[in-house]
Design a protein around this ligand. Sequence first.
Ligand code: ARG
Ligand code: ZN
Length: 882
Amino acid sequence: MRDSQPKTIYLKDYQVPEFLIDHTDLHFTLADDMTTVRSRLSMRRNPESKTQDASLVLHGQDMQLQAVTLDGTLLSASAYKVDEESLTVASVPDSFVLECETLIKPQDNTSLEGLYRSASMYCTQCEAEGFRKITYYLDRPDVMSLFTTTIVADKAAYPVLLSNGNNVDSGENSDGSHWVKWEDPFKKPAYLFALVAGDLEFIEDSFTTCSGNDVTLRIFVEAKDLDKCDHAMQSLKRSMKWDEETFGREYDLNIFNIVAVDDFNMGAMENKSLNIFNTSCVLAKPETTTDAAFQRVEAIVAHEYFHNWSGNRVTCRDWFQLSLKEGFTVYRDAEFSSDMGSRTVKRVEDVNFLRTVQFAEDAGPMAHPIRPESFMEISNFYTVTVYEKGAEIVRMIAHLLGKDLFRKGSDLYFERHDGQAVTCEDFVKAMEDASGKDLSQFRRWYSQAGTPQLAVSGRYDEVTSTYSLTVKQSCKTVQETPKAFHIPLAMALLGEAGALRLQLQGAEPNPDSADNTELVLDVTESEQQFVFENIPERPVPSLLRGFSAPVQLHFDYSRDELMFLMSHDSDGFCRWDACQQLGVLALKDMIAAYQAGQDMQLEPRLLSAYQHLLSDESLDKSMVALMLSLPSEAYMAGIMPKADVQAIHIARMTAKVEIADQLQALFLQAYKANTLSQPYQANEQQIAARSLKNTALHYLMLSETEEALALCLAQYQQAQNMTDSMAALSALVNSSFEQQKQQALADFYQRWQSEALVVNQWLSVQAGCYLAGTLDKVKALMAHPAFDIKNPNKVRSVVGAFTANAVNFHHQDGSGYEFLADQIITLNALNPQIAARLLGPLTKWQQYKDESAALMRKALQRIMAQEQLSKDVYEVVSKSLN
Ligand code: ARG
Ligand code: ZN
């Protein structure tokens, strides 16, 4: 057990800072054994602070304080006090200059937070609270300061020295070192500070903003990666243009830099004018990068760029408001991706992710509202709830206000709060003020955790030609039963010949009711009834169109109604979801049969639906590929109480093999029809074709015919791009063609061993193999020279991929859980953020059958018993054992 429990921080305890920092002058001397940081802070008392304490408390940890100077006078040791987490200066005047000299060791910093080394370079990650590992500071987002940064380093080893803002001066010293001084003209909180030093090369381009400013754009990488920067650069330029056109946001400096770093805890970071990226989120070229990764690079480049307004110009008052910038920015990047590609495909992918991962978080012990009320370690709250559910809340506001008023609201928000650190409430208020809409009940989405359940039933009355929908909402969370949410429920009623005109009883007849076939119902009470008049036939309701709210919808559709929606609904999301829900019913039948020891029969309607999807050439290929994918094992586990992972896996595999065998000819036809001859492009049409072709390959390989094997091997050998290469490799790895599999794996490694990101894919396809014996292979991979426990991408590729591999992770002997516990104990000492993040799958023990749950708890208890638990791991383990 950890000897002291970390302190819990509460939103309700927020107080304005006692001091402000007008100017922050930093001076870094980077040397192999030690880095010296000198800071000069121009500070004053905050006129808005009510407390009048004489002392000053600065955050700081993991460093060695050399000297403190107050207004030019060196302080004696009795004038200040240092502990593990802070520096307290006993007495300071109302306005003063504080100078500190500290020593840090970036080369030993494995937490990848603060200043650290990655390969041969130095870099930083300060969000959320990493700056306090660099120097003593008021490390909180509502303290905004003007920064200048001077970096001194050996010129040969570190020719490139970068920080935020503009390069204002530079020079060389006689000892072989050189220095560069950077000045950021925008006030910013310390979490947006960045520094990079290394032997880097760059590609350069430029962008002219809408008011004619020329911006130099550079992407810095190690020399070997220069050929993988183009896609990110094009994505950046598209993002800059899109933000001008869609949100009226113009870039505000003449320089914008991106740096790629191999050791990085998250995806990327929006430091002012110096974005730092995980290599996996910026590098891309067809030979090494899959379609999915190309799309991820575009989305993340956009996300970080968009933060320049939603995050940097207007930032968060405190970390409880994290969703203010993250929810809004994820919404913005999703809109951008929708405009660059297929809106429906993007929506389906996002909803699928939210329903699988975020709903599980909401149902688990770490459930929290998008604006949490307390935390021990803020890093644990960079979650799918704050990010993805947060984006859904913004999406609902946009939907409720409509396009023009939403834009008005966002303009008002940026104008009103430019240069400030604000709250989620400020955002909602701006939306309300600009639109005149009342969002008071809507605000509950910010403070209440849990996934609302929407139980809907319909009744058609032939005599009165009315159709009534009864909508009941409920929501259970671990802590409480929340009050009713304001849920926008987009819907239509479908008749034989198409969507019916909607006239809601008691509502004003809509002036353009002639083509009013979709309505957004305001669900605001625990139970409500909506009656539609002049409905000439018994309709099939199309509900939660476009996934208009992050809720779990329950409507007792018959299987024939789902078939009808799948082919007739004009809403692409609902068409996909009807197919998923038919898949859910089919799988539930088979799971029940398996558990009862009976024969598993595949729902014949599903087979005929798939047959239709494969035969209709007019359908969107990406959508066909998505609809041909059965609900995932994780999704099934999430909707079945006390999930039986083995049963789910066996039922789903049986269904897939049956589909593969029955529709072999059609899959072969789809495979051939979608094999492209043109050179690779990461565009919508090609991605759609490859996705359908590789879905077909996946099914063909499940039949394990010689013909399929030949096709797969030919694809593997001839592939000109990583999408096709990985699809073939993955099909082989999960097949029983042992010899071909081993040969391909060896060949692949041989070919790509010098490309870290490709090797990571090689690791993860093996760790994700659903066949028996994977855990032993995973252990062997961890001893392979390609593995490195200090590199988060590698840990995610092996340990992360293994925990997502449900049937192996949840092996009934508990070996998967014990393995994960071992890794967490190791990582706890090296990189607490990654350790806590990997814990996720173990914390959801309540969702599994009793035998599994008991073993999962046992593994958690073993972690809990460790002595040196980091705050990060302690918080997650202790909350999940409660
Ligand atoms: N703000 C970054 C982004 O969303 C993520 C930073 C995450 N940092 C962390 N310590 N968890 O783009
Ligand atoms: Zn972000």
